[in-house]
Design a protein around this ligand. Structure first.
Ligand code: ADP
Ligand code: AMP
Length: 217
C-alpha cells in the first residue's frame, strides 16, 4: 500500500506514522527525519537543507525530490511505503506521481490529519524528539517516564530549533500557502480521506486505521 500523510506541522503525522506504518508493514519515510539525519552528520545535503529548515522554509524542490526518488526506489519500498512530510507542494505531488507511475504503481490514499492552529502551537511548543530513534514526545500530552530520555530507546531528547515560537508561525504560513493546495488536488483524484486528529493519540490511531481500511489491498 502506498500512503501519504498530510497536515500542518504538529498535526501528529510523525506520531501516527509510527503506528500506521507498523500496521501496514511498510517503511515510514519522513523527509524531515532524513534531512535532520543529514544535518547531524554534516553531509553536503544537510548543510544545504539546514539554511531552509532553521528559517521554517521548504528545502528547494529539486534537492528534496531527488532525495525522495532515491529513497522510494530502494528495495524495502517495493511493496509500499508511508510518506510523512512529502509532498509539501503541487510540484512535489507531481514528482511523486511520476515516481510511482515509473514503477507501474499508483498512490492508494492520502490521509489528512485535521487540527486547528491553536492546537498546533500547543503541540509544537512542548515537542521533544529523540536524537537516536526520532520518536516524538510531548512535555504535557505524552511525556517520557524519565525527563529528557526516550522511553523507546534510551536516547537523548532535544527541542527542534524550528519549534521555537516565531518559526512555528512561519511554518504554518508555509503550510497554508504551499502545502494545503495538495489537499484539494488529492480530493479531486478521489484518494483523500480526512480525520479529526485531536484527542488521545490512541483514538487518533483508531480513526486513522479505520479511514485507511477501505483502501487496503
Ligand atoms: P508532525 O509530524 O505532524 O509535525 P508530531 O507527530 O511530531 O507532528 O506531533 C507534534 C507534537 O504533538 C509531539 O510533541 C507529539 O507528542 C504531540 N502529539 C501528537 N499527537 C498528539 C495528540 N493526539 N494529542 C496531543 N499531543 C499529540
Ligand atoms: P518536518 O520534520 O516534516 O516538520 O520537516 C522539518 C523541515 O524539513 C521543514 O520545515 C522543511 O524545512 C524541511 N522539509 C521536510 N520535508 C520537506 C519537503 N517535502 N519539502 C521541502 N522541505 C521539507
Amino acid at each position: 500500500m502506498r500512503v501519504v500523510l498530510v497536515g500542518p506541522p504538529g498535526a501528529g503525522k510523525g506520531t501516527q506514522a509510527q503506528f500506521v506504518a507498523q500496521h501496514l508493514s511498510v517503511p515510514k519515510i519522513s523527509t524531515g527525519d532524513i534531512f535532520r539525519a543529514n544535518v547531524s552528520s554534516g553531509t553536503p545535503l544537510g548543510i544545504e537543507a539546514r539554511r531552509y529548515m532553521d528559517a521554517g522554509d521548504l528545502v528547494p524542490d529539486e534537492v528534496t525530490s531527488d532525495m525522495v526518488r532515491q529513497r522510494l526506489l530502494e528495495e524495502d519500498c517495493a511493496k509500499g511505503f508511508l510518506l510523512d512530510g512529502f509532498p509539501r507542494n503541487l510540484t512535489q505531488a507531481h514528482v511523486l506521481e511520476d515516481i510511482v507511475l515509473g514503477i507501474g504503481q499508483r498512490l492508494d490514499v492520502v490521509l489528512e490529519l485535521v487540527v486547528d492552529d491553536d492546537e498546533v502551537v500547543r503541540r509544537l511548543s512542548g515537542r521533544r524528539t529523540c536524537r537516536q530513534c526520532n520518536h516524538v514526545w510531548h512535555l504535557d500530552f505524552d511525556p517520557p517516564s524519565r525527563e529528557g530520555i526516550c522511553d523507546a530507546c534510551g536516547g537523548e531528547l532535544f527541542q527542534r530549533d524550528d519549534d521555537k515560537a516565531d518559526t512555528v508561525l512561519h511554518r504554518l504560513e508555509v503550510y497554508y500557502t504551499d502545502t494545503s493546495p495538495i489537499v484539494g488536488h488529492y480530493a479531486n483524484l478521489g484518494i483523500l480521506v480526512g480525520i479529526d486528529a485531536t484527542g488521545p493519540v490512541d483514538d487518533v490511531t483508531d480513526r486513522a486505521l479505520a479511514a485507511l481500511r477501505p483502501f487496503e489491498r
